[in-house]
Design a protein around this ligand. Structure first.
Ligand code: ATP
Length: 273
């Protein structure tokens, strides 16, 4: 499904968190929303998921206006959000958490198990952990459960809010590569991340949010190959010389770069564009 965001504005009282946001996430592609803390990534995903009513603008799904449609209705139609911080039920087992993902779908019994098995094919560690309490898992495993809990619904649009947050570099890469694999013919993926270099290595398209506006948007390979972009947003990546600055996705990058995150524009001492 094609997700189209047109001239979106989100406010919290007098605070304008997002303005003039236009972005398209296409079927079979993973689109990244990159930005520092407070840039507006969560606000954008929540607006798309029907959890925050936009002050202006439209959100279209395959051409149908879904602006203001409540979250439960959108979720039933296949638009699913994996929230920041996983938000699992710590006291419940992995299996129980995954079954919670099917809440309200009417899928039960053998069909529910089928959905769970299907969702776990991407995560070989999960089948052996079904009886464990979610709160006792590592951060990486918890993130896998959070994604699998969304997958049991067989989403057509998957929104992920900072799936790599708090994970070790090796797991960051693993989770982000999984995110890319999810972007198949049937799933449209929009992933919010602060981990710029690691994310651009795996997604198809990237858009950078700064102070509630999109300040850069292009194919991931083009962004990584753009010297001005890498100097501005990845800092030391440009210092690696040509090999680094023009590196297309899937090229090995030094580990410290995989942890590169954006800092709020006002803290960088630069005027935002
Ligand atoms: P983070 O990574 O910290 O979640 P983010 O990029 O997702 O950051 P948002 O959480 O969308 O950014 O916040 C964007 C702006 O909106 C920030 O200035 C934030 O302070 C403000 N904001 C977010 N939620 C609220 C709220 N409930 N009430 C008031 N202001 C809010």
């Amino acid at each position: 499904m094609t997700l189209e965001i047109q001239d979106l504005e989100v406010r919290y009282g007098v605070v304008r968190a997002l303005r003039g946001i236009s972005l398209t996430a296409a079927t079979g592609r993973a689109t990244a929303l990159l930005g520092a803390n407070g840039a507006g990534k969560t606000s954008l995903l929540r607006a798309v998921a029907g959890l925050k009513r936009p002050a202006a603008g439209r959100i279209l799904l395959d051409g149908t206006d879904i602006t203001g449609v409540p979250a439960h209705k959108l979720a039933a139609d296949g638009l699913v959000l994996v929230p920041e911080g996983r938000q699992l039920f710590d006291e419940l087992t992995v299996a129980e958490n995954l079954r919670m993902g099917l809440h309200g779908t009417g899928v039960r019994g053998a069909r529910a198990q089928e959905r769970i098995d299907e969702a776990c094919t991407l995560f070989p560690a999960l089948p052996g952990a079904m009886a464990r309490r979610a709160g006792l898992l590592s951060g990486g495993q918890q993130q896998m459960v959070a994604i699998a809990r969304a997958l049991v619904r067989r989403p057509r649009v998957l929104l992920l809010d900072e799936p790599s947050l708090g994970l070790a570099p090796r797991l960051v890469t693993e989770i982000l590569e999984t995110v890319r694999r999810l972007a198949s013919d049937v799933v449209t993926v929009l992933v919010a991340e602060q981990n710029v270099a690691a994310t651009l290595r795996v997604v198809h398209t990237g858009a950078v949010l700064q102070n509630g506006r999109i300040v850069a948007e292009d194919e991931a390979a083009a962004l990584l190959g753009d010297e001005e972009f890498t100097r501005h947003y990845l800092g030391s990546l440009a210092d690696l010389g040509n090999g680094g600055a023009t590196a297309p996705p899937a090229v090995e990058l030094p580990e410290e770069l995989l942890r590169t995150t954006l800092v709020p524009a006002d803290r960088k001492g630069r005027a935002s564009r």
